[in-house]
Design a protein around this ligand. Structure first.
Ligand code: ADP
Ligand code: MG
Length: 434
């Protein structure tokens, strides 16, 4: 028979071949298709480059765009496209990044996309810098995370790598927490609450709903069904140092108390029992309406508050939840760029948000160290989420850092990535036996 690599395999009759002829033909066709696709892609890149070279007068950013393009052309691209259970690691703390696509507005304004996601765990920010003689150059900041999602990744793909592994944690008696972190407009609410179609949000496509679906399929297993286990939902907002119930009309303010055992209780927080996904969806819709009511733009007040959606598992005879899943759509982390003109109120809010995000980082750090000292009193956010950070291995956390792709967001994106990097870096150090 033929030695390996011998092309004469093509001339074999199907009866003497180990590989059925039809599949050989298919393989050849596939390779041919790939080759053609590659050529078409290269042609397109060449055309794009020469278009850029001709100093597009309508595009003030053509030079930067060309520099990014030239760099990107040399990258080996192998972005995350599907969930591979063999590559998924179970970890106590997971830190990921998601880059959103360019918006229509950004495309129309010929904004430059300065974020490259070459593969499943790395990301590069191409920062525009100037030499002393004012010539432009790019500085390439490289980052590594547990997973990096590019603009083509769906909410489902993000969910499978981030929040889905946390569902079991709740059923095993732990507290699981998933944070969406990033500047306003980077995609936190899109990821957690669902895709926007115009102004309306389809909450079936968000992580809250995807998680609810998996919670109910887990709950249907005999182990839990026979126990009579039940689920409740709550949804609240933290604005400054105040907590508001999103499941009651006009979102009343709630008191937060700490008992003698340092247990933090949100008094009278609505715990709505749910028995199926549809009920959870209508709860989410109700909460989202309360969250944004009375606002002219979706992103004015809600971007300055943290929203927390929780599902808790109860078994008969026990007053306290035996496991909890919390999903947190954090307030925008952008710094008040224009602190001079910002009102006192705005500056106070910014300071409060900053404080809570710093406290959050410290608490995740304490969790990763299994530290007995938990600085949860640093902010209202970490205080009400205290349960998420205490205890040993049974609690798990995931942070999804969201970034906008365009050049104009570079400072905020670098801030976001550095924050996420510090969360991960600390953990890596803890894991290091040395
Ligand atoms: P944030 O909550 O961080 O302020 P949003 O989730 O409101 O940001 O997103 C801002 C805009 O970008 C919205 O119009 C949203 O539809 C869009 N967007 C965000 N992420 C994506 C994505 N992955 N794919 C498509 N559009 C997105
Ligand atoms: Mg939002």
């Amino acid at each position: 028979s033929n030695p390996p690599g011998d092309n004469s395999i093509l001339n074999q009759s199907s009866s003497s071949s180990l590989v059925p002829r039809s599949s050989v033909v298919r393989e050849i066709e596939r390779l041919k298709e790939q080759r053609e696709l590659r050529r078409a892609l290269q042609d397109e890149q060449r055309r794009e480059r020469s278009a850029l070279k001709s100093k597009d007068p309508n595009n003030p950013n053509w030079e930067v765009a060309l520099m990014v393009r030239t760099y990107r052309d040399q990258l080996q691209l192998n972005p995350l496209r599907y969930f591979n259970p063999h590559l998924a690691r179970v970890q106590q703390i997971t830190v990921c990044v998601r880059k959103r696509p360019m918006s229509r507005r950004e495309l129309q304004g010929k904004a430059v996309d300065i974020i490259s996601v070459p593969n499943r765990d790395s990301l590069i920010v191409h920062e525009l810098r100037h030499k002393v003689d004012l010539t432009k150059f790019l500085e390439h900041h490289k980052f590594r995370f547990d997973y990096t999602f590019d603009e083509e990744c769906s909410n489902m793909l993000v969910y499978e790598h981030t929040a889905r592994p946390l569902i079991l944690t709740m059923f095993e008696g732990g507290n699981a927490t998933c944070f969406a972190y990033g500047q306003t407009g980077s995609g936190k609410t899109h990821t957690m609450g669902g895709e926007f179609r115009g102004k309306t949000q389809d909450c079936t496509t968000g992580i809250y709903a995807l998680a609810a679906k998996d919670v109910f399929s887990e709950l249907a297993k005999p182990k839990y069904r026979d126990q009579g286990a039940t689920i409740t939902c709550s949804y609240f907002e933290i604005y400054g140092s105040k907590v508001f119930d999103l499941l009651l009309p006009d979102k009343p303010m709630l008191r937060v108390l700490e008992d003698g055992r340092q247990q933090v209780v949100i008094c009278d927080l609505t715990q709505r029992p749910v028995t199926k996904v549809e009920e959870v969806l209508s709860i989410i819709e109700q909460g989202n309406r309360e969250r944004t009511s009375g606002q002219t733009s979706v992103n004015i007040k809600s971007s300055r508050s943290h929203a927390v959606f929780q599902m808790s598992l109860f078994v008969p005879g026990q007053a306290e939840a035996c496991g909890k899943c919390s999903f947190v759509d954090l307030a925008g982390n952008e710094r008040g760029a224009d602190t001079q003109s910002a009102s006192l109120q705005t500056r106070r809010e910014g300071a409060e948000i900053n404080k809570s995000l710093l406290a959050l980082k410290e608490c995740i750090r304490a969790l990763s160290r299994h530290s007995s000292h938990l600085p949860f009193r640093g902010s209202k956010l970490t205080q009400v989420l205290r349960d998420s950070f205490i205890g040993g291995q049974q609690n798990r956390t995931c942070m999804i850092a969201m970034i906008s792709p365009s050049l104009s967001s570079v400072e905020n994106s670098l801030n976001t990535l550095r924050y996420a990097d510090r969360v991960k870096e600390l953990i890596a150090k803890e894991d290091d036996p040395g």
